[in-house]
Design a protein. Structure first.
Length: 220
């Protein structure tokens, strides 16, 4: 897989190292010469390109025409939006992932700007904290496709309508699915005949339209 990462900071370098370790081809685009000179060559297999990620010519030089994924993870939300839009509209990159630095800007990080998946670290941490302490609460973890699909988690309380029932019989909407069940610190791969138990951490992927129905099925 060919990946272009816009932003050579700590986040971009970490992502690049992980991807190269998985056998992927990675190019990092970084505008600051100091960063490029300091870190170029420190991650084996990563190609560095000094240039402005908001510039069409720079992105073309980085090989966006061949990219399978673009990750825009600079520390500037405006840059991340512009890079994402160029990646999707000018180069038709199949998957564009963007970092949200200021949570107040998250509403802009959607398909209008060419973004398939946005990651807001403050919101993600908030969700994980809620997930750790909340039983019987519907906690949203991640959004995909500009918010059209959402990954949420529910720890089943004793009064959950779904407790003691098979997944196939709880009546989830067609555009939602249980993707994982965590039970006693072990992962249970869900099937139709998997019986949900009190205390199970149930991860559900659902569209925005079906989220309320899923909530009603899992929470009393």
């Amino acid at each position: 897989m060919n990946v272009v990462i816009a932003g050579g900071g700590s986040v971009g370098r970490f992502i690049a190292e992980q991807l190269v370790g998985g056998g992927h081809q990675v190019v990092i685009v970084e505008s600051e010469a100091r960063v490029v000179s300091q870190y170029e060559g420190t991650i084996e297999g990563v190609t560095w390109l000094k240039g402005d990620g908001c510039d069409f010519a720079t992105l073309k030089a980085a090989g966006l025409e061949r990219a399978d994924v673009v990750a825009s993870v600079t520390g500037d939300d405006e840059d991340n939006l512009v890079i994402s839009l160029l990646a999707k509209q000018e180069f038709a990159v199949p998957r564009v992932v963007a970092r949200v630095n200021n949570p107040k800007n998250e509403w802009m990080f959607n398909e209008t700007w060419g973004i398939d998946v946005s990651v807001s670290t403050p919101h993600l941490i908030t969700g994980l904290v809620q997930e750790a302490v909340s039983v019987g609460s519907f906690v949203r973890l991640l959004s995909f496709e500009g918010g059209k699909a959402k990954l949420s988690e529910v720890t089943l309380a004793a009064d959950s309508p779904a407790a003691g029932k098979e997944i196939a019989e709880i009546g989830l909407p067609r555009d939602s699915t249980v993707v994982a069940v965590l039970r006693d610190e072990k992962l249970v791969v869900p099937r139709g005949d998997t019986i949900l138990r009190v205390g199970d951490e149930v991860l559900v992927l659902a569209t925005g339209d079906s989220e309320d129905a899923v909530r009603a099925i899992l929470i009393a």
